[in-house]
Design a protein. Structure first.
Length: 257
């Protein structure tokens, strides 16, 4: 594994740390590939129930793409770029993904964050879809996911101006779930991750899918997906363990079966 992406797994939680602090964790081609491969690996790992992604240091989550690489990229290379598909693959991971946003979250970094299920920001974080500032436009889902999260008007403003916004403003518009003091960021993220990891991995997987896929479906189809997902849960051991543990006033011990 390259030292550009660090991975640790403990108590069902995988922490992925983009480790390029010297360039504010900007994403070059190799790091994009590492994200793709590592997320796929963690999704298949039975010991992992929740995935956390963050950046090394205290200045940046991901400050966008590596501009030196973009200077020499051709039209065909741009068209064939995997970045859009990689972000989509992060969004499609079956396990919950939490972004611990510890600083600048710009361009491709914001696109990666938006593909995560939950976003927690340090109070010093700054957000922006800044591609227009360097003569390009978002190319890894920014025009679509930002609109879906914050609405067309605010998305237009952020993309067309390229301005940065504060963590507090990001919370106001729904771009992040919560803002916490910088020194408390990982404690808050890990507390959320531990709560999720303690749940049945089967129920978490199906609940995530129902919410994510249902967003793109007519309401009646989405409700049918919900009912079918709920019905599947009634065939599992975890369903009985959840009910029995509650009635017996003890902690549940889920097996994922």
């Amino acid at each position: 594994m390259s030292d550009k992406l660090l991975v640790s797994v403990s108590d069902g939680i995988a922490v992925l740390t983009i480790n390029r602090p010297e360039v504010r964790n900007a994403l070059d081609k190799e790091t994009w590939g590492l994200l793709r491969d590592t997320f796929a690996e963690m999704d298949k790992n039975p010991d992992v129930r929740v995935i956390v992604v963050t950046g090394a240091g205290d200045k940046a989550f991901i400050a966008g793409a590596d501009l030196n690489a973009l200077k020499v990229r051709t039209v065909l290379e741009t068209y064939d770029s995997e970045n859009n598909a990689i972000v989509r693959s992060i969004e499609k991971v079956s396990k919950p993904v939490i972004a611990a946003i510890n600083g600048f979250c710009l361009g491709g970094g914001n696109e990666v964050a938006m593909a995560c299920d939950i976003r927690i920001a340090a109070e010093n974080a700054k957000f922006g879809q800044t591609e227009l500032n360097v003569g390009i436009l978002p190319g890894a889902g920014g025009t679509q996911r930002l609109r879906n999260l914050v609405g067309k008007g605010i998305a237009m403003e952020m993309i067309l101006t390229g301005d940065l916004i504060s963590a507090q403003r990001a919370a106001e518009i729904g771009l992040v779930n919560k803002v916490v003091p910088k020194e408390a960021l990982m404690d808050e993220v890990m507390a959320i991750a531990k709560k999720i990891a303690a749940k049945s991995p089967l129920v978490v997987k199906f609940a995530k899918r129902a919410v994510a896929e249902g967003a793109n479906l007519p309401i009646d189809t989405g409700l049918m997906l919900e009912v079918l997902s709920q019905s599947v849960m009634f065939s599992t051991d975890d369903h009985l363990e959840g009910i029995n543990s509650f009635l017996e006033k003890r902690s549940a011990s889920y097996t994922g079966k």
